[in-house]
Ligand binder design. Structure first.
Ligand code: AR6
Length: 167
């Protein structure tokens, strides 16, 4: 299958590009962002400093440095503020813009963390179907992308994405 849900640490995944659930400064933080910067090494932060930040829902690409990937695609997800502040559209934009950048850079495989469902508080039951539907429709239009993995850090998160994938 082209689209898989796995349990694991995204910094250990070998593929062309991984997405980073960043913040709008692109200067690092906690959660998966912190883990990616630690694993990539300080060169990643140096490149991020040149990018001038990134708007919520948009995406910017850097090299992968010490990670086992060519690229990191940084996307600030929406902070959940009750659902009436375009959070769902912004989350969809994150996945779509990361996939577009990956395709533009010739990537055939990309891995995503569960964007916005940690520190940013986006409910998993809403986030998982948005991610799955957005990735699925992109894959239909882009046969050149061979593999997309949702890398879940815990079993509960994995269950939500599996259910969205089955449903
Ligand atoms: N591999 C895969 N998933 C991970 C990893 C990992 N190594 N580490 C954590 N996760 P979060 P957000 C999961 O909070 O909600 C940062 O400070 C985590 O369990 O990393 O988008 C940024 O700078 C959860 O399921 O991202 C922003 O300020 C998912 O990744 C803010 O956090 C996302 O959790 C972004 O918050």
């Amino acid at each position: 299958m082209k689209f898989k849900v796995i349990l694991g640490d995204i910094t250990k995944v070998t593929c062309d590009a991984i997405a980073n659930a960043a913040n709008t400064t692109l200067l690092g933080g906690g959660g998966v962002d912190g883990a990616i910067h630690r694993a990539a090494g300080p060169e990643l932060l140096s490149e991020c400093r040149t990018l001038g930040g990134c708007r919520t829902g948009e995406a910017k690409i850097t090299n992968g440095y010490r990670l086992p990937v060519k690229y990191v695609i940084h996307t600030p997800g929406p902070v959940w503020r009750g659902g009436s502040h375009q959070e769902e559209q912004q989350l969809k934009n994150c996945y779509e813009n990361c996939l577009k950048l990956a395709a533009e850079h010739g990537c055939k495989s990309i891995a995503f963390p569960s964007i916005s469902t940690g520190i940013y508080g986006f409910p998993l039951e809403k986030a998982a179907p948005i991610a799955v539907h957005t990735i699925r429709s992109f894959l239909k239009e882009h046969p050149e992308i061979e593999k997309v993995q949702m890398v879940c850090f815990d079993e509960i998160t994995k269950k939500y994405y599996e259910n969205a994938l089955d449903g």
